[in-house]
Design a protein around this ligand. Structure first.
Ligand SMILES: [Fe+2]
Length: 336
C-alpha cells in the first residue's frame, strides 16, 4: 500500500519538475500547476501519516483541566519522569487566561520540542486567538503530522497513532460527529484516540450537564477509538462499552478489545485543578477517582506496542501523591 504512495509521489515529483522547467503562462496551465502541487502535498501528508516504521513502545500522557499551581507543575514533571513522549491536553489550560505562562511552563518542564496536542476547553475562550497560536506552533512540531484548525478540530498522527481532537458544544460552527466520521473513514491506522473537553452527564462523575450530545461518543465507538475527555475535575474509566448512550457493557474485564463497535471512555480532568467530589455515579464505571477517594491530581498514561505486540497497550492512571490508581490493557482490533 505504501508502494502506491511512493509511485504516485514519484510521478507527481517528475511532473512538478517538468512543470517548473516550463513555467505555464496560460490560465489553464496555471490551474493545472497549482492543482498538481496541491495533489503532491496531499500525497506527501498521507505518506508521512502512514509511513511509520517504528515498532518501539510509545507512552502517551493524557490530562485536562490544568490550572496553574504547584500540582500543575508536579503533574507535568511526572509526565516527563514517566517517560512519556507525547502529551494530549483535554482542554481548560492554565485557567488564568495567560497563554504565555501556559506555553512557558510546558517548555520549561517538558522541553521546547516536546510534542503536545491540546484541544480547547470552555475556560480557554477569552484569549482563544493567543492560545490557538501556541497550539499551532506546537502542532507544527516535525514529530507530529497535523491538519485542521489548531485546538478546534485537528487530526494528528504520531508514529502511527491517530489523534482526533474536536470541540463539541464549544465551537458550534462545526459538525463534530461528521468530522470524526471523515477522519476515520477508510482509515488503516492501528491506534485511534478521540479527545475533547466537555461531556454528557453520564460520562462524568460530578454535576456537569449534557453538553456534547451522544453522536461524537458513538462515532468514536463505531471506529474502535479510545475516548478521552476533561471538564469534570476527576478521573473515571468505563468498562468496555458497545453502546455509550445506553451504557451497554460488552464485558467487565480489565483486558479489553478496541474494535469497531466497542470502546472505553476515560475522563482525565485533574491536570492541576482541585479534584471535585463524586456527585453522579453509574454501573458503567470500572474505576472512579475523585476528592472522596483522596485524589490529588494526575494523568492517564498509555503505552502502545508493549511486549513487542503492535496491537497491545498498557494504560494506568497515576496520582502525584497516591501513585497508580487504575490500570487496564487494550488490544487494538479496530481494523478487523
Ligand atoms: Fe471545563
Amino acid at each position: 500500500m505504501y508502494g502506491k504512495f511512493i509511485i504516485l509521489g514519484s510521478i507527481l515529483v517528475t511532473l512538478t519538475a517538468q512543470a517548473t522547467e516550463e513555467i505555464p503562462t496560460t490560465k489553464r496551465s496555471k490551474i493545472f500547476f497549482s492543482k498538481l502541487l496541491e495533489d503532491l502535498k496531499q500525497v506527501q501528508h498521507k505518506y508521512k501519516e502512514n509511513s511509520h516504521t517504528d515498532t518501539k513502545p510509545i507512552k502517551i500522557a493524557i490530562l485536562g483541566d490544568q490550572g496553574f499551581n504547584e500540582r500543575t507543575r508536579k503533574i507535568l514533571e511526572m509526565v516527563k519522569k514517566e517517560g512519556s513522549e507525547l502529551l494530549i491536553i483535554n482542554g481548560d489550560f492554565d485557567c488564568t487566561d495567560s497563554p504565555k505562562k501556559w506555553k512557558d511552563i510546558h517548555a520549561k518542564i517538558l522541553g521546547k520540542d516536546f510534542p503536545i496536542i491540546p484541544v480547547a476547553g470552555n475556560h480557554d475562550i477569552k484569549k482563544w486567538d493567543e492560545y490557538k497560536k501556541v497550539i499551532k506552533e506546537w502542532e507544527s512540531n516535525p514529530k507530529l503530522s497535523c491538519s485542521g484548525e489548531a485546538g478546534e478540530q485537528t487530526i494528528c498522527s504520531y508514529k502511527g497513532i491517530k489523534i482526533v481532537s474536536t470541540t463539541p458544544h464549544l465551537f458550534k460552527k462545526y459538525n463534530h460527529t461528521k468530522y470524526i466520521h471523515e477522519a476515520f473513514k477508510s482509515d488503516n491506522t492501528n491506534w485511534k484516540i478521540c479527545s475533547w473537553h466537555e461531556n454528557m452527564t453520564d460520562m462524568q462523575t460530578g454535576k456537569k450537564g449534557n453538553a456534547t450530545g451522544w453522536g461524537v461518543y458513538q462515532e468514536c465507538l463505531n471506529n474502535g477509538a479510545l475516548i478521552t475527555t476533561g471538564h469534570e475535575h476527576a478521573y473515571a474509566r468505563t468498562y468496555l462499552l458497545s453502546n455509550i448512550k445506553d451504557k451497554t457493557i460488552a464485558n467487565y474485564n480489565s483486558i479489553m478489545s478496541l474494535e469497531r463497535g466497542q470502546t472505553v471512555v476515560a475522563l482525565s480532568g485533574v491536570g492541576g485543578k482541585t479534584a471535585r467530589p463524586q456527585l453522579h455515579d453509574g454501573y458503567w464505571w470500572a474505576n472512579r477517582q475523585n476528592r472522596d477517594t483522596g485524589l490529588v491530581g494526575g494523568a492517564l498514561f498509555c503505552t502502545f506496542r508493549v511486549d513487542n505486540e503492535p496491537d497491545k497497550a498498557e494504560c494506568y492512571f497515576k496520582d502525584i501523591e497516591q501513585g497508580i490508581l487504575d490500570n487496564f490493557i487494550l488490544w487494538n482490533n479496530s481494523n478487523l
